[in-house]
Design a protein around this ligand. Sequence first.
Ligand code: MG
Length: 353
Amino acid sequence: MRFNLLEIENPMSKDRTEISDIGEFGLIDLLNQKISIKNPSTLKGIGDDAAVIDAGEHVKVLTTDLLLEGVHFDLSYAPLQHVGFKAVAVNVSDIAAMNAIPKQITVSIALSNRFSVEAVEALYSGINAAATHYGIDVVGGDTTASRSGLLISITAIGEAKKEDIAYRSGAKLNDIICVTGDLGGALVGLQILEREKQVYLANPDMKPELEKYNYVTARQLKPDARMDIIHEFRDLGVVPTSMIDVSDGLASELFHIAKASSAGITIYEDKLPIDKQTYETAVELGLDPITCALNGGEDYELLFTIDQKDFAKLEKHPDIHFIGYISKPEEGKVMVTKSGTVVNLKAQGWKHF
Ligand SMILES: [Mg+2]
């Protein structure tokens, strides 16, 4: 078979659609339409934080993530150990978002000749530290050459009882919307790291002043997936009615839950958890802290809904915040501001395309 290269990719073709026109989620929807599920053991395919596979007594959950130098991380300020740790943590976060326990990962990397053996060892020390932290085994992978930069692809497998799995689609009317930790820190941290990088590039003798921003920069460079919360759910006998991790921003994740659950969303501005350093640094940068909390990505906290009967079990938890409730779909997706005004939420998120 001969390929006509002009036919495959003709930039002048009037049929050409830019990926940025449909966005990452539009692209996923488009590809998903062409996929049909053939095996009854595939309980859930594309469309949640992880796929769910029937494995007899338990179910397995399966997720994969791709991290590219220059797109997802910048080695001028992200140490390789942290990049390795984060590559594992972001996958574990998707396993957590299914209310499952991570068990194994495979790690594939592509490297240009810019990287030494020592650099790869540094990367793997982060990967291994995360594997120890989350109690998972590294069971395989692939290594190959890259023409430019570093690429890391990790696939994670987790395990749960079928009845413990929390899909995005299970939120019911009047369920309470909860979020863990605090929001917006990773975005604010990224802005600081980018700012200090520009200062350094302009004047290499200047030492970056990062101490003051230790919390927000750590949120960006070394996020921790909230497996602690998943273990607490087990201890307290709580199964969230729906769950997703906050990777693209709270508003974007709320839209996913609303869409999958055919539900409306009401949240309260004064309930959004924002750390003091995040708040002050956002103001310093001329950013609105609430916008950072709603649209900042990479916090890797858990957003979930619970039945009201479970509220008492979580009420006193110091790191779970009750930010709103599930309404009827016709009530829309709204936020009640501090002054009592009802505004429509917008799912802006962060777009790589
Ligand atoms: Mg996710």
